[in-house]
Design a protein around this ligand. Structure first.
Ligand code: NG6
Ligand code: CA
Length: 510
């Protein structure tokens, strides 16, 4: 009696699970039918326009990224939204201009989350269309609501703005907390050794780069003289959490392993992975197997390392049979900087390498190299290899990807450039407002207009021309890609047109 009951019950269960299985696979098939490829955004940190072989570099070898660029669509007028990290990442994930949010500026590691949890975001939009969503790597958009206790669940963060899965570094590699955070929890945290983080003053008795230079394996140049972790002094102060502290040299491998695992465990349904590399941001700490590989010191070596990681990641997609069904977008959050605060031989060993290529300026700059970055779209057998000169921005990924997956959810500033990204059209944006260190400028067609700004013309710390000038600047990038000839006084009609357009865009209340 009992046995028959169990048998009957098992048959029912079996039938039920078979039915569920059937439903599940047909739902997945339906999702794939309406062209929902996996989407991967690989986002470098501080990689300049001239850094890749495919963008003209000769001294530095980037074979894997070159293969991606040459096998896909390489954009020559692709822009980050800002010349620094946080604002660019804000725009990428929200489709909103960063200058609309006054909190979207370089954040300390203790800053609260700057994306409203009620706001539409790229991962939320994709989730609604049946995607699973993950982020691996640099976050730098704030966590919590203020006064985060790093020893309990840290929230809100990536998981509250649309990511099902997250393994992140909170801010930057040079800022505390120097720990990985997985789905809101500090990885490897020993409850008997709680971690404390602050930026205002040191914890009693803890060594700093300023007081104890003898403990450093990499010396600081400017900033970066606070807490010492792994022989490198950082911005901000940390106490405790020893077991959780990352080893910088293993970071690239750690994130790659996480990205690979994510792909392998989510390949059955469409997934979105935001793989935010930490290279070549400071401190540049290549794994020993990449040390010396570029001949340019740690800065070049971590670019070689990042290139290798991208190659391995693409091999993973290929091995899983996913390459034909995955759109890969590669770009960088802002332009390049050589000395960003550590004495790491980057300046001394740069040789002939030009991180910004032919462009003027660099990270932090209003000039073009601040925001014009490598921008590659790759989709095997769907995007025909080529080069596009169309004006495209990371701000537009939201609307373009929404169009790809059939979402009608709009954001304020993102434009649908899907056909451009897929190589079916060369009609990019007409105009875009770009940002650098909380100042804005206009690119419209081939023209750039930089309004007058106070501030140094050149940053002595990072040796970059910032683009500040007391007069208007007007450049025609087609004739003058190096922005050497200010036409503001000779072409007053164009200047006027640009001023009007800039005013209209900046005052647009949506
Ligand atoms: C600056 C840091 C720089 C870098 C940058 C953020 C100093 C002197 N400089 O304040 O090293 O961390 O912030 O870079 O501390 S970003 O790519 O995340 O925007
Ligand atoms: Ca950056």
């Amino acid at each position: 009696m009992k046995i028959t009951y169990i048998l009957k019950y098992s048959v029912v269960l079996l039938l039920m699970s078979l039915m569920a299985c059937k439903e599940d696979t047909s739902a997945k098939a339906a999702v794939k039918e309406i062209n929902k490829p996996n989407i991967v955004i690989i986002y470098a940190d501080d990689l300049g326009y001239g850094e890749l072989g495919a963008y003209g570099a000769t001294a530095l070898k980037t074979p894997n990224l070159d293969q991606l660029a040459n096998g896909g669509l390489r954009f020559t007028n692709g822009y980050a939204s800002s010349a620094t990290c946080t604002p660019s990442r804000y725009a990428l994930l929200t489709g909103v201009y960063p200058w609309r949010n006054k909190e979207a500026k370089i954040l300390p590691g203790t800053a609260p989350l700057i994306i409203d949890t009620a706001q539409t975001t790229l991962p939320k939009m994709l989730k609604k269309q049946g995607y699973t969503t993950g982020i691996v790597g640099k976050w730098h958009l704030g966590l919590g609501t203020g006064n985060v206790n790093w020893n309990t669940k840290i929230s809100p963060g990536p998981n509250e703005i649309g990511f099902d899965f997250s393994t992140i570094l909170a801010a930057t590699q040079d800022r505390v907390p120097t720990v990985y955070i997985k789905n809101g929890h500090v990885v490897n945290l020993d409850p008997n050794d709680p971690i404390e983080v602050r930026y205002d003053k040191n914890f009693e008795g803890e060594p700093t780069g300023y007081d104890s230079p003898e403990l450093l394996k990499m010396k600081w140049d400017h900033g970066h003289a606070n807490s010492i972790v792994n022989g490198i002094s950082r911005i901000g102060f940390v106490k405790g959490g020893e077991a959780a502290k990352w080893v910088d040299e293993d970071m690239a491998d750690y994130f790659f392993a996480e990205a690979k695992h994510y792909v392998k465990t989510h390949k059955e349904a469409p997934f979105f992975l935001y793989y935010a590399l930490q290279q070549p941001h400071v401190p540049r700490t290549p794994h020993p197997r990449f040390v010396g590989k570029s001949g340019m010191g740690p800065r070049g070596d971590v670019i070689v390392e990042a290139d290798w990681m991208v190659g391995e990641f693409i091999k993973t997609l290929a091995a899983e049979g996913l390459l034909e069904n995955t759109l890969i977008i590669f770009s960088s959050d802002n332009g390049p900087v050589v000395n960003d605060g550590y004495k790491d031989d980057a300046v001394e060993k740069l040789g002939n390498h030009k991180p910004a290529g032919v462009l003027r300026g660099g990270k932090y700059s209003l000039f073009d190299a601040g925001t014009r970055v490598p921008f590659i779209c790759y989709w095997k057998e769907t995007i025909a290899p080529g080069t596009s000169d169309a004006l495209v921005s990371q701000l537009d990924l939201y609307a373009s990807l929404a169009a790809l997956v059939g979402s009608d959810q709009k954001t304020r500033d993102s434009e649908n450039l899907l056909d451009v990204l897929l190589g079916k059209s060369d009609k990019g944006r007409d105009e875009i407002v770009l940002e650098a260190s909380s100042k804005t400028l206009l690119r419209k067609g081939d023209w750039v207009m930089i309004p007058p700004y106070k501030g140094p013309a050149v940053s002595t710390q990072v040796a970059i021309e910032l683009g500040n000038d007391t007069a208007y600047q007007l450049y025609n990038l087609k004739d003058d890609v190096q922005q050497k000839h200010n036409l503001a006084t000779s072409n007053t009609a164009k200047l006027e047109e640009m001023k009007q357009a800039f005013k209209r865009l900046r005052e647009d209340k949506g």
